[in-house]
Write a protein that binds this ligand. Structure first.
Ligand code: NAP
Ligand code: GCO
Length: 260
């Protein structure tokens, strides 16, 4: 087995990883030897997440923590350092979406999405970076989106947040490279998770639309993200910095299928 993708001896903190993309990435990291830590805003989901990891043979530590609360995040990162170890790998996965037409969206709703999807990533990265600097380096992976590059109706706040997250990724990469911290992004295409379940309901026009817009002609699965995440978390990507790796089945390369 090549060592270049090994995560042996690394502590990985994946935010919002009680299910979905975050859990898939955390499980993939464990398969390469990492120790898994995660958080969720919902205590019940933290417990359910711990049980899910245990059922997969993984002893994961779960913490109740709201990524938008700077004090809570700092306390959680300190607890992780004391109870598990200094974080080597951070995945800013926690996120929300509100599908509301811009004319109907309140500023409060807009700010809520920005606060979790963009400011939350800043808060957690800022809390984790000092430990990485002390250890001589680390890896930060921000979960971006097709909406880091493209717009569509009803997701203005989410697109603004994920577009900002792309630029936060590039900026922190520049600022922390001297400390051997690589900061990159993963931009999933349309992935079958609870977040996109409303778009995949039987007969929903969006389901066929996405398949037509995806050269691979299918929705992505969380498993599609595991290899790219391991790459960006491992020493194989030590000279990759400020990059967003799109895992989208070709969506961003495609003008779209000609109507029959
Ligand atoms: P999801 O429902 O978006 O999962 C988000 C996770 O973040 C949940 O565990 C959620 O916990 C948690 N979370 C939300 N707000 C939080 C907060 N303030 N503090 C801490 N945790 C919080 O499902 P997903 O599809 O797996 O998405 C994961 C990430 O991938 C998100 O950033 C999403 O934007 C991104 N993404 C998804 C797709 C896709 O097609 N699914 C594509 C591109 C990017 P609760 O359940 O308790 O709210
Ligand atoms: C939407 C979807 C997308 C996906 C993902 C695509 O409503 O358009 O939720 O935004 O979640 O971000 O990369």
């Amino acid at each position: 087995m090549s060592k270049r993708f090994s995560l042996e001896g690394k502590t990985a903190f994946v935010t919002g990883a009680s299910y979905g993309i975050g859990m898939a990435i955390a499980k993939a990291f464990h398969s390469e030897g990492a120790t898994i830590v995660f958080n969720d805003i919902n205590p019940d989901l933290v417990q359910k997440g711990i049980a899910s990891y245990r059922a997969a043979g993984i002893t994961a530590r779960g913490y109740v923590c709201d990524v938008t609360d700077e004090r809570e995040v700092e306390e959680t990162v300190a607890k992780i350092a004391a109870e598990v170890g200094i974080i080597d790998i951070l995945v800013n996965n926690a996120g929300i979406i509100k599908r509301i037409p811009a004319l109907d969206m309140t500023a409060v709703e807009f700010r809520q999405v920005i606060d979790v999807d963009l400011t939350g990533a800043f808060i957690v990265s800022k809390a984790v970076a000092p430990g990485m600097i002390e250890k001589g380096g680390g890896k930060i992976i921000n979960i971006c989106s097709m909406m880091s590059e493209l717009g569509r109706e009803t997701v203005s706040a989410y697109a603004a947040a994920k577009g900002g997250l792309k630029m936060l990724t590039k900026n922190l990469a520049c600022e922390w490279a001297e400390h051997n911290i690589q900061v990159n992004g993963i931009g999933p295409g349309y992935i079958a998770t609870p977040q996109t379940a409303p778009l995949r309901e039987a007969g929903h026009p969006f389901n066929d639309f996405i398949i037509a817009k995806t050269p691979a002609a299918r929705w992505g699965t969380t498993a599609d993200l595991e290899g790219p995440a391991i790459f960006l978390a491992s020493s194989a990507s030590d000279f990759v910095n400020g990059h967003v790796l799109y895992v989208d089945g070709g969506i961003l390369a495609y003008i779209g299928k000609q109507p029959k």
